[in-house]
Design a protein around this ligand. Sequence first.
Ligand code: C5J
Length: 235
Amino acid sequence: MSLTVSARPYDLVVDPDATALIVIDMQRDFLEPGGFGELLGNDVSLLGQIVEPLASVLWAARAAGMLIVHTREGHRPDLSDCPPSKLARGRLDMGIGSSGPKGRILVRGEEGHDIIDALSPREGEVVIDKPGKGSFYATDLELLLRNGEIKSLIVTGVTTEVCVHTTVREANDRGFECLVLTDCVGSYLPEFHRVALEMICAQGGIFGWVAHSADLLAALESKPQRPLATIGEGG
Ligand code: C5J
């Protein structure tokens, strides 16, 4: 069964059974006061605006039986998987590995590294820990998508111009079709957010498609839903 989503630069036809929802880096370190994002001087409320629409999409994707993939940017406690160039970047007093209000910044297992409660992964959903900006680099994401016969990705999360963009570019080169939901991706820098979305769908969709979540939800409504009791059991 295929769905047609109203999108730019033109309508996108997807098969929900061959589509994964990718939720990128919705971690406390980026979204919550006291996390890495705020310590860098950013207004984290700009990212908070996407939580509600993204939660609706997450539930709709679960109901449609889609593969759900959450990612987290972060490193091993000994930082052996963090390139020295990344560690040094910004000449920060409080950088990756430093102890902050939410534990050690962007370190796996720490409070700040985990996904915010509102978007907690359910049992059976994939969680990918990634050391870089892209979700494919140094992870098994591509293997999981190929084994799941996934062709299209619905891309959400933060930040639009960094980890979302890098992931979309990586996915595009690997032959996956990407639909980025404009109200379910966020940036600390509104102008970067706007331009990043334009870059994706420019030139006939050079990296993919963009649409509002309402357009995806409207398309999904036409698909028979799984019984609520089964949502979260095995993805
Ligand atoms: C950043 C991300 N901005 N998830 N990470 O460092 O976009």
